[in-house]
Design a protein around this ligand. Sequence first.
Ligand SMILES: CC(C)(COP(=O)(O)OP(=O)(O)OC[C@H]1O[C@@H](n2cnc3c(N)ncnc32)[C@H](O)[C@@H]1OP(=O)(O)O)[C@@H](O)C(=O)NCCC(=O)NCCS
Length: 172
Amino acid sequence: MRNGIFHVAKEEGSDEVLGVACWLRPQRADQPPSWRDWFEDWRLWFNQIGMNLWYGRGGLNVKRYWIWKEAQSKAQSAVWTDPRGYYFLNIMVVVPKAQGRGIGRLMMETVTNQADAENMNCYLESSRDVPNMQIYECFGFKFAKELECDDDGTAIKLFAMVREPRAIPETN
Ligand SMILES: CC(C)(COP(=O)(O)OP(=O)(O)OC[C@H]1O[C@@H](n2cnc3c(N)ncnc32)[C@H](O)[C@@H]1OP(=O)(O)O)[C@@H](O)C(=O)NCCC(=O)NCCS
């Protein structure tokens, strides 16, 4: 996946991965995906098939993937009002032993600072309300909509949150 923004957190001098974040860049609502994005989507799709054939499916439940995509599409149509698009935090995780040390903030602010500089909104879907929503509120995200993903009675909830850009103080 080359059209995303990836950050990998490591301790200086060590190769141990402590956290990862993956963002999708804003996509204008009135513009079709670029050829590059289109090509990257298909490249990812073929790669995924290759991985499944080589390593096995790895427990991926395709039906549930599409249930999530449908709930996401409904939520985004209701919540995404800015036609310029949103920086979408697709994945952020810090390994348990390194949580609470500011790694999440470092990875988060690398992109939210850029969003502020460009006056752009950010968006995420939290898989848990407690404590994650409170953590994301520290970064300026606000709860926007609940997504329900229901697979014949087995349901989970996701919490869509939006962050508006913060004004950057002018320097004289
Ligand atoms: C959510 C997560 C990525 C945050 O990363 P982190 O490195 O632990 O976060 P930080 O140490 O940078 O803390 C960020 C802010 O959240 C606050 N915070 C951290 N843990 C908290 C908790 N359990 N409850 C409330 N606030 C919390 C911190 O005080 C900090 O705010 P501050 O800088 O204003 O003091 C990480 O905890 C995680 O990976 N959790 C499990 C996986 C997960 O749920 N991923 C997200 C899926 S939606």
